[in-house]
Write a protein that binds this ligand. Structure first.
Ligand SMILES: Nc1nc2c(ncn2[C@@H]2O[C@H](COP(=O)(O)OP(=O)(O)OP(=O)(O)O)[C@@H](O)[C@H]2O)c(=O)[nH]1
Ligand SMILES: [Mg+2]
Length: 315
């Protein structure tokens, strides 16, 4: 059955859900000046909001007399955009599904960055490697499994052939709310369409070498999955500018540093850069973490310092 959506504003006086007693619901899409709400009654309807009210997909709300009140958030995922503004991208989430593919490949450091952002927000990061049907997928999968196999849950899947989707669906169905992130063109919407065949989300053009994808999805949308659980499809974005994360948190959350953090460095306030007796440096020397990924840590460390300085100047 198709749900009929209707948009009402605060001045709309007609009797409808939200005009009488308190109506509780959840934001399932945000369209700038209106949010799409799924009410507990099962009804779905658009409610006008101020553009900068800060509501996001996953927010629980109460609507009374067409006025929307947001309830406290259990978790929230934030990022800083390229202009330095903080954007909350999703609320009340449990799992961050980091979707990557052999084509287009993730930008350098993307996965590490996403894992740190997820752990900072108290979400469980999982790696979803899509397009495993492609010819050059095998070495890509092998490399990622070697690096992240002991650190993260990994799902190797194909939205096109259906490979690996049963295991992923089972995982997502454990009553949790998951949020897919990944650069444009990796197949986030295609995966949702494959897991939830009643959906018909727009997917991009067939991806060919040299084509950088085209941001097909422009609005985050939340969907209930047939096997249980909920999943948010999002527009592709290339990076998570960190928000209020300390350099200590970065080291504590960086994937692959776990063992070194337990070993303890000589200095309690070690930044894991040039200090003697550093457990992370030892890990790098022994090949426990690649120099390339250690370079990502150093880069993120510098970014956080630069971000802190910018923040202080603004204040
Ligand atoms: N070979 C192959 N192609 C796929 C697979 N999944 C998706 N694609 C293709 O990849 C292209 C991009 O897919 P989308 O689902 O639009 O990707 P997206 O991550 O949602 O992209 P944005 O919405 O722009 O962020 C489309 O041409 C899909 O057909 C897969 O498992 N195998
Ligand atoms: Mg999409």
């Amino acid at each position: 059955m198709k749900i009929k959506k209707k948009c009402v504003g605060e001045q709309d006086k007609k009797e409808s859900p939200g005009s009488g007693p308190n109506q509780r619901g959840m934001i399932v899409a945000h369209h700038g000046i209106a949010v799409d709400i799924l009410f507990e009654s099962g009804e779905r309807r658009m409610v006008k909001v101020k553009r900068r009210a800060g509501h996001v997909v996953g927010d629980n709300v109460i609507v009374k007399n067409h006025r929307l009140t947001r309830l406290p958030r259990r978790t929230k995922l934030c990022r800083r955009d390229s202009r330095g503004s903080v954007r909350i991208v999703g609320a009340n989430l449990d799992v961050l599904g980091i979707v990557v593919s052999p084509m287009p490949m993730p930008t350098p450091g993307y996965i590490d960055h996403a894992v740190v952002a997820a752990r900072e927000a108290e979400l469980r990061p999982v790696l979803v490697i899509n397009k495993c049907d492609l010819e050059d997928a095998q070495p890509f999968v092998a490399d990622l499994t070697a690096v992240y196999g002991k650190i993260l849950d990994i799902f190797v899947v194909s939205a096109n052939t259906g490979e690996g989707l049963d295991a992923l669906t089972l995982y997502l169905g454990q009553g949790v709310r998951s949020f897919f992130v990944g650069i444009t063109g990796v197949g986030k919407s295609s995966l949702l369409n494959a897991i939830c065949p009643s959906l018909d989300l727009r997917v991009g053009e067939l991806f060919t070498a040299g084509n950088r994808g085209c941001n097909t999805t422009t609005v985050s949308t939340l969907h209930s999955l047939p096997g249980g659980g909920e999943l948010v499809d999002t527009p592709g974005f290339n990076e998570f500018g960190f928000v209020d994360i300390s350099t200590d948190d970065l080291a504590g959350f960086f994937p692959g540093f776990e063992a070194a953090m337990e070993d303890h460095c000589h200095f309690r306030d070690c930044c894991h850069r040039t200090e003697p007796g550093c457990a992370v440096s030892k890990l790098v020397e022994s090949g426990g973490i690649s120099r390339e990924r250690y370079a990502t840590y150093l880069e993120l460390f510098d970014q956080i310092l630069a971000g802190d300085a910018r923040f202080k100047i603004r204040r």
